[in-house]
Design a protein around this ligand. Structure first.
Ligand code: URA
Ligand code: SF4
Length: 226
């Protein structure tokens, strides 16, 4: 028992350095918490969760949003993509990644023979748009994160791809640069997790596109492993 614990903490330290990270899996409204011993049906649970998100007023972003953006795609997807927060187009339509960054993301998915309709689920850390697309505040992330944790635990993807530093640092519970998090296979609950460039960053810095393409080829090879 003692050696197992030591091994666990050693692995933990390798992943997270000295940061102690406790994921906030509990959401007061969560159907998962109400019936811990009952086997959950991921499809109906995700539908209930979606309804919670659409009606959520836990943080002040609910005052300024048009639509909360739950996420889109396949509830049993092997690949889950997590962005930062909805922008203007996403707030208006209620769907993630539909603006310019989203169009680039769709092209990158097509290059690995996937699409938002085909074995992929796409969502964001924050479900509501921050005014003027400002950076998410830490209290907003803390309020909203249980929805993302529940989405991941219900979908159980083989691979989670965090798009950009905000998604990476939220999921890994560390304050690191993108460079420090990229090109490594991390672990999140029962899934592998990697961190790559946010497509909006690639629109601003097209010279990073070849590196993102390397990451997407790697994503395809991870998904092809049995
Ligand atoms: N940027 C994001 O991080 N998410 C979106 O849904 C759109 C743009
Ligand atoms: Fe609720 Fe998240 Fe929207 Fe805040 S950002 S109101 S916590 S869904």
């Amino acid at each position: 028992m003692k050696t197992e614990l030591l091994k666990y903490f050693k692995q933990y330290k390798e992943l997270y350095d000295d940061e102690i990270f406790v994921s906030s899996i509990k959401s007061s409204e969560s159907i998962l918490d109400e019936k811990p011993h009952k086997k959950t049906d991921p499809f109906s649970s995700l539908t209930v969760l979606k309804n919670d998100v659409i009606n959520c007023k836990k943080c002040s972003l609910s005052d300024t949003r048009t639509n909360a953006v739950f996420g889109v795609g396949d509830f049993s997807a092997s690949l889950m993509l997590v962005g930062e927060a909805p922008g203007e187009q996403e707030d208006l339509s209620g769907e993630p990644f539909v603006g310019r960054a989203g169009q680039l993301l769709d092209k990158m998915l097509a290059a690995i023979d996937r699409s938002r309709e085909n074995d992929v689920f796409i969502c964001n850390v924050l479900k509501c748009r921050p005014p003027e697309n400002r950076d998410p505040k830490s209290d907003e992330i803390n309020q909203c994160e249980p929805y993302l944790v529940n989405q991941i635990d219900l979908i159980k993807p083989k691979l989670i791809v965090a798009l950009g530093r905000i998604a990476g640092k939220t999921l890994l519970g560390v304050d690191k640069s993108l460079k420090d998090m990229r090109k490594k296979i991390h672990n999140y609950h029962d899934s592998d997790l990697i961190v790559t460039y946010h497509p909006a960053a690639l629109l601003r810095n097209p010279n990073w596109k070849p590196y993102a393409w390397e990451d997407f080829k790697w994503i395809r090879s991870i998904l092809e492993e049995v």
